[in-house]
Design a protein around this ligand. Sequence first.
Ligand SMILES: NC(=O)c1ccc[n+]([C@@H]2O[C@H](COP(=O)([O-])OP(=O)(O)OC[C@H]3O[C@@H](n4cnc5c(N)ncnc54)[C@H](OP(=O)(O)O)[C@@H]3O)[C@@H](O)[C@H]2O)c1
Length: 250
Amino acid sequence: MTNIAIVTGASSGLGREIVRQLEGGAFGRLDQIWTVSRRAEKTSRLVRPFALDLTDADSFDVLGDALSRTPDARVALLVNNAGFGTFGDFADMPARDNADMVRLLMLAPVELTYRALPHMAAGSRVLNVASVAAFMPQPGLATYSAAKRFVLDFSRALDAELGDVDIHVTALCPKFMRTGFLDHAGAGDVAARMSRLTGFEDVARVAERGLAAARAGRSLCIPSPDMRVLYAATKLLPYPLALAVERALP
Ligand SMILES: NC(=O)c1ccc[n+]([C@@H]2O[C@H](COP(=O)([O-])OP(=O)(O)OC[C@H]3O[C@@H](n4cnc5c(N)ncnc54)[C@H](OP(=O)(O)O)[C@@H]3O)[C@@H](O)[C@H]2O)c1
């Protein structure tokens, strides 16, 4: 049996930290860690890097074929983490950014989960990185927040489907973290205002909480206590009211 963890978006930020913690044994014994991102390098003996663009559908086949060619491959953990978000009004945004967000944030987790599942067994886990932006529709982040809502709902439904065979799927919802994400986000004033509203959380802590939740087979992990309160509030308040409150905040 070759125990494999696959981590997308492993070249930076949260994904890089997840790989570091996996190398330290945070998910038990692994024989290989497959890292997937456009910039990919072999960072340790365990790591098998795949330099792939996950907005390109051929990349899914490359990973699926690699799994099929690995003798006795068992995917112990799939982490769908690769992502970027562009802030700003939808109409002003390059069409390509919106299409790439849809491909990277929604299509890639679906395709990779589909390809990994035949190599999973009881105890295997999927950790999907969503965001607190998933909690309610976000003007100024329309495509990103809708895509993260998809990740949240997809994860929870799949977890309920697969739970009987002890394969669990966790949606991880971090708030802002100081990573490369903010360099790519564009519309600096929107990002600055939103990060001022929610504050930042520590990347290592988010990785640790996410991996612990996946190990425990929990379908939802919101590491930050204030964001757990926000999540509950968004389920109680009608959307126009929640939006009015958000807009009234300084
Ligand atoms: N940072 C935050 O405030 C925050 C908050 C909530 C949720 N999140 C989510 O957390 C996840 C990780 O982001 P991060 O904060 O760690 O940002 P980051 O430092 O910018 O890392 C993003 C990762 O995604 C990879 N990636 C981007 N486009 C890709 C593509 N087309 N194909 C393959 N890989 C690609 C990047 O690698 P390459 O550039 O080498 O391809 C990089 O490794 C994302 O899903 C993000 O939406 C972030």
